[in-house]
Design a protein around this ligand. Structure first.
Ligand SMILES: [Zn+2]
Length: 317
C-alpha cells in the first residue's frame, strides 16, 4: 500500500529542558495504544515480526533526567525517573508497580549501597545513564536508546518530549543489528515507519532530524517498490531477499550517515529498486487501507527553543 502522506517533518533545532518534569514529556504515547496501532499497521503492510520487549509492562519505558554518575558506587549511575509525574493514568499505574519492583530488586542486590539505594531512581552503568539522562552541555549525547540487555527503552527527558517512543519501539523489532542493514539506512527505515505510524494514527512524533538523509532515501524507495516490500525486507529478513538487498543497503548507508548531509544519488536508489523488483519471493501486495480517524496529534512542545548545540549532540534515537 502507499504510505500515508504527508509525513511529519522533524525540527532541526534541538530543544533542551534543563529541569524536565512529567509535564514536559507531553508526547509520550499510551503504550497499549501504540502496541495495538503498530500491530494494525504491520498487518496492513504484510509485516511479520515480534518485539523483544513488552512495553506495556512496568519499567520497560523509562523517561530519565538528572543523572548522577558513580552513584551509588563507581561505575554505576542513578537517574531521576519522570514517569511518576506524567499526566497519563496508564503511565502512572505502570510507575507504581515499577517502584515496588525496583525496591524489591534493590533489596535483592549483594552490594550494601544498592540494598539501601532509593527506589525512586533508575540505576545502571554510568555510561548508559549519563548519555541518556543529561542535557548535551552536561554530557548527554542521546535523545533515546533501546537497551537490549536491560530490556528497556530509555528516553532522555532533557531533549525529548516522549514522541520518540514511536521510533524506539520499532527498533525493538530488529531481529539482528542495525549494521546488518547499514546504520543510516536502518535508521531511515525505522524513522520512515515511525513517521508513517505517527501520520496515520495521530501521534505527536515528528521524526528525527539526524536521520533525514536515510529517511528521504527510504521514502524514495517506498514510492518506487511499495512499503510492503520494505517491511518484508526489514522485519522478516528472508535470506533470498535480505542477503542480496542488504549488500545494496549497506553501500547506500555509507552515503546517508546519521547527522551528516546525504550524498545518496538517484542511481543508487534505482539500483536498489531494480534489484528488489527482480527478486521473487515477495508476498502479495497489500490491499489499500484507508487512514483511521483518530484524535488530533498533541500540541507542539510548550517550552521555548534554545540555541542548537550543533555537532555536540549526537542523536541516536
Ligand atoms: Zn533509531
Amino acid at each position: 500500500m502507499a504510505a500515508t502522506y504527508p509525513h511529519p517533518i522533524p525540527n532541526n533545532n534541538l530543544n533542551v529542558v534543563q529541569n524536565p518534569t512529567g509535564a514536559t514529556i507531553n508526547n509520550l504515547p499510551n503504550v497499549n495504544q501504540l502496541v495495538g496501532d503498530v500491530a494494525q499497521w504491520m498487518t496492513d503492510n504484510l509485516a511479520e515480526g515480534n518485539s523483544w520487549i513488552n512495553i506495556t509492562e512496568p519499567g520497560r519505558v523509562l523517561v530519565l533526567a538528572n543523572a548522577q554518575t558513580d552513584n551509588p558506587y563507581p561505575g554505576f549511575a542513578h537517574a531521576e525517573v519522570l514517569n511518576g509525574t506524567m499526566l497519563n493514568a496508564d503511565i502512572l499505574r505502570l510507575h507504581t508497580t515499577w517502584l515496588r519492583d525496583n525496591e524489591a530488586w534493590l533489596k535483592s542486590q549483594r552490594s550494601p549501597k544498592l540494598k539501601a539505594a532509593d527506589p525512586k531512581f533508575a540505576y545502571g552503568p554510568n555510561e548508559l545513564l549519563e548519555e541518556n539522562a543529561l542535557p548535551p552541555d552536561l554530557g548527554g549525547s542521546n535523545n533515546a536508546f533501546t537497551d537490549k540487555v536491560g530490556k528497556r527503552i530509555i528516553i532522555n527527558g532533557h531533549v525529548d518530549d516522549g514522541g520518540i517512543l514511536v521510533h524506539e519501539y520499532f527498533h525493538t523489532f530488529d531481529p539482528g543489528d542495525p549494521s546488518d542493514v547499514g546504520w543510516g539506512f536502518d535508521e531511515g527505515i525505522v524513522d520512515f515507519f515511525a513517521r508513517d505510524v505517527a501520520a496515520r494514527f495521530g501521534y505527536g512524533y515528528k521524526g528525527n532530524a539526524g536521520y533525514e538523509g536515510g529517511y528521504q532515501t527510504v521514502k524514495a524507495i517506498v514510492d518506487r517498490i511499495g512499503l510492503d516490500k520494505v517491511c518484508q525486507f526489514w522485519f522478516e529478513r528472508e535470506p533470498s531477499l535480505f542477503n542480496p538487498l542488504s549488500i545494496k543497503s549497506k553501500a547506500v548507508a555509507e552515503h546517508c550517515k546519521p547527522c551528516a548531509p546525504s550524498t545518496v544519488t538517484l542511481t543508487m536508489i534505482d539500483d536498489f529498486c531494480q534489484l528488489a523488483e527482480s527478486l521473487t519471493g515477495w508476498k502479495a501486495p497489500a490491499r489499500t487501507v484507508a487512514p483511521v480517524a483518530k484524535a488530533a496529534p498533541s500540541p507542539a512542545k510548550k517550552w521555548p527553543p534554545v540555541q542548537p548545540v550543533g555537532n555536540v549532540f549526537r542523536s541516536h534515537g
